[in-house]
Design a protein. Structure first.
Length: 288
């Protein structure tokens, strides 16, 4: 997903059409792009899907006019579809603004799809090989609202370890993967999200100051990896590297974590070559 803002389900239900909107005038069907099948005229379901795709792909939550331009539909039509999608929890509006982002239900559908992806076996094989190389537990994660979702995880054979299962979420501000995702957001989106985040203190090392978190995100973006030292769990450190799609967008993260008594953070950073190589391999399995 494109923006990592905190999502809230809508409680307003269906909304009446804005009285300032013009009457619905049907626009001609959008010409199909090369290699794309034409959308059947009047297909409300496919119109809604196009609107969801536009919102999900936007770097920043789009406004109504921006969505209309992207899908080539009149404002009243898009407004009514958005009201229905908001009622269903598939989209939501940012508090105090007219911008739309993916809702809790949409995020849930995306998470379930990723967790059961046909490419999961290929991704797990990469994780298993990485764990053999580095000797510690490794994870594949994606951003999900104001948290980080663990898509898959391979445990180390060491008896002393932290057990987290696929589907578990951790806070975005106190995890290496989460800070990596924050770092690669567009600046305005990052600032907006950090303002909205509940910066809960999990340990005495958790970063709860927005200015310091912003400063750390800038550093992470420049150095290309993120670390976390006892910010979520006492005695545990973590290193995370980005997984990029064909357009260079950071769409997932690979991380390794371990007790600091066994793997101090400076030694974890020495694992960067293996981690980055695995991230490149993981990128070849992406199906989102």
């Amino acid at each position: 997903m494109s923006d990592y803002t905190s999502v809230r389900p809508s409680s307003s239900g269906f909304e009446l059409q804005d009285p300032n909107e013009q009457a619905d005038v049907r626009a001609p069907a959008r010409p199909a792009a090369r290699g794309e099948e034409a959308v059947p005229a009047g297909s409300a379901i496919l119109r809604a899907i196009r609107i969801l795709e536009t919102i999900a792909a936007a770097h920043e939550p789009p406004q109504l006019a921006e969505i209309c331009k992207a899908v080539d539909l009149p404002k009243p039509t898009v407004f009514r579809i958005l009201a229905t999608l908001e009622h269903a929890g598939l989209v939501a509006r940012e508090p105090g603004s007219k911008r739309y982002h993916c809702g809790t239900r949409m995020n849930g559908l995306a998470s379930a799809t990723l967790l059961t992806s046909p490419s999961r076996s290929a991704r797990r094989a990469i994780l298993e090989e990485l764990v053999e190389q580095v000797g510690e537990t490794c994870n594949l994660t994606v951003a999900n609202g104001n948290s980080v979702l663990c898509l898959d995880r391979v445990e180390t054979a060491w008896p002393l370890k932290i057990t987290i299962t696929a589907g578990t979420s951790v806070p975005i501000h106190s995890s290496a993967s989460g800070k990596l995702f924050l770092a690669h957001l567009p600046r305005r989106s990052r600032e907006r999200l950090i303002r909205q985040l509940p910066l809960v203190r999990h340990t005495q090392h958790t970063v709860t100051d927005p200015a310091r978190l912003t400063e750390e995100a800038e550093k992470i973006r420049m150095q290309g990896y993120a670390t976390e030292v006892e910010e979520y769990l006492a005695g545990i450190c973590c290193l995370a590297v980005p997984v990029q799609d064909g357009d260079g967008r950071v769409v997932a993260a690979l991380s390794v974590h371990a007790p600091m008594a066994r793997l101090p953070i400076d030694q974890a950073v020495e694992l960067l070559p293996e981690m980055q190589s695995a991230a490149e391999a993981m990128a070849q399995t992406l199906d989102w």
